[in-house]
Design a protein around this ligand. Structure first.
Ligand SMILES: *Cc1c(COP(=O)(O)O)cnc(C)c1O
Length: 356
């Protein structure tokens, strides 16, 4: 067990809202815990950082973020182990990725101390907000925005880094229906698809609502040039098991977000001696595998759902129903393994977690 150092100034709420919260009926991202972490950057350096009651911000309407969109974020979760400890899954990776996103968006790097120690101290203060139960966790949203009041297009000279948290239940219940997008794009080569930038989500909302009108939960994004190769699924990375091989789009291109769940699942597949192919995979290849019955599993991977199995894939005018995901070997085994590491009931052999 690690000790959480009280390194940041803390202003506590007068009265916690935790007892007013209905933990039996949590929706994703609607309820926020008592406190937030906030740090400010101005003129080339980070200034004060503190933990304060969750509250609205006072910010100029001319802030760059509203006009030119310098905004990036992260997403991770705190779990409660069966022994009652708090478990964080690979927060160091989220910190590294935030700073990679910052570089691409011309924003300052966030010091590791703010991200990791700030997060631990915040979660420790709000530890009563971490729900107990198999599908429950505390969703953590670190983010960085530009708040210089200036309408010229240039990198902002002022930023705010914040962490807010929200108790949550599973993102999807059951399998998801996905549709291959063949007109709109989430990301293009040379763009910002590999950064966890708010703007990528802005681009995805309209096409996603179109798919939802047709009864699908999520889109499968394809490459912006030809709409021929599969890239991601909604806000998740994507994997297929075809003829016993685990196939996933490689992240060499800058159109795919390098997911931490993706990387962790690939490590597990390697440990289990599964053949892994990180490469381009075309829609035609998946369609052929559906038709000749060699598509064994197809699923999205990301922090929100860990693994979201697909029940249906829409391709062109057709909808293809996949086999019952309860029978899928690899994805169920990987999900169980990851769930158990997060609950502390599986030995953490890769040193993925921080417990306190
Ligand atoms: C966050 C995100 C993912 C998943 O990343 P994890 O680190 O596994 O949560 C995948 N794709 C996109 C577009 C994302 O924004």
């Amino acid at each position: 067990m690690e000790v959480v150092e009280n390194t940041f100034e803390v202003e506590r709420v007068k009265k916690s809202k935790v007892t007013e919260t209905d933990f039996g009926n949590l929706q994703f991202g609607r309820v926020f815990s008592d406190h937030m972490f906030i740090a400010e950057y101005a003129d080339g350096k980070w200034g004060k950082a503190k933990i304060q009651p969750y509250q609205n911000l006072s910010i100029s309407p001319a802030s760059c973020v509203f006009h030119y969109g310098q905004a990036i974020f992260e997403g991770l979760k705190a779990y409660r182990s069966t022994k009652g400890e708090i478990v964080l899954f690979r927060p160091d990776q989220n910190h590294l990725r935030l700073n990679k996103s910052a570089l691409r968006m011309c924003m300052p790097e966030v010091p590791k101390h703010f991200f990791i120690e700030g997060l631990k101290q915040l979660i420790d203060i709000d530890r009563n907000w971490i729900p107990e139960g198999d599908d429950l966790s505390l969703y953590i949203r670190p983010f960085l925005i530009a708040d210089e009041a200036f309408l010229g297009v240039k990198p902002s000279s002022r930023y705010k880094f914040m962490i807010i948290t929200s108790p949550t239940s599973t993102y999807y219940t059951g399998a998801v229906k996905v549709k291959v997008e063949n007109h709109y794009s989430r990301a293009c080569q040379g763009g910002i698809g590999a950064a966890k930038a708010a703007a990528n989500y802005a681009a995805s909302i309209f096409p996603a609502t179109q798919a939802q009108k047709q009864g699908y939960h999520q889109l499968i994004w394809t490459d912006a040039n030809e709409h021929k190769y599969i890239e991601e699924c909604g806000t998740m990375n994507i994997m297929f098991v075809i003829n016993g091989n685990l196939i996933t789009p490689s992240i060499e291109r800058d159109t795919i977000l390098p997911g931490i769940t993706r990387a962790s699942i690939l490590q597990l597949a390697k440990k289990w001696n599964m053949n892994i192919e990180e490469r381009r995979i075309s829609v035609d290849e998946v369609l052929a595998a559906i038709k000749n019955n060699s598509l064994e599993e197809a699923f999205g991977v990301g922090t929100a759902a860990t693994i979201a199995p697909f029940s249906n894939i829409g391709i062109g005018e057709n909808d293809y129903e996949l086999s019952d995901f309860n029978t899928w070997k690899f994805s169920n085994k990987a999900k169980d393994y990851l769930d158990q590491v997060k609950r502390g009931t599986q030995e953490d052999e890769f040193n993925w977690t921080i417990k306190f």
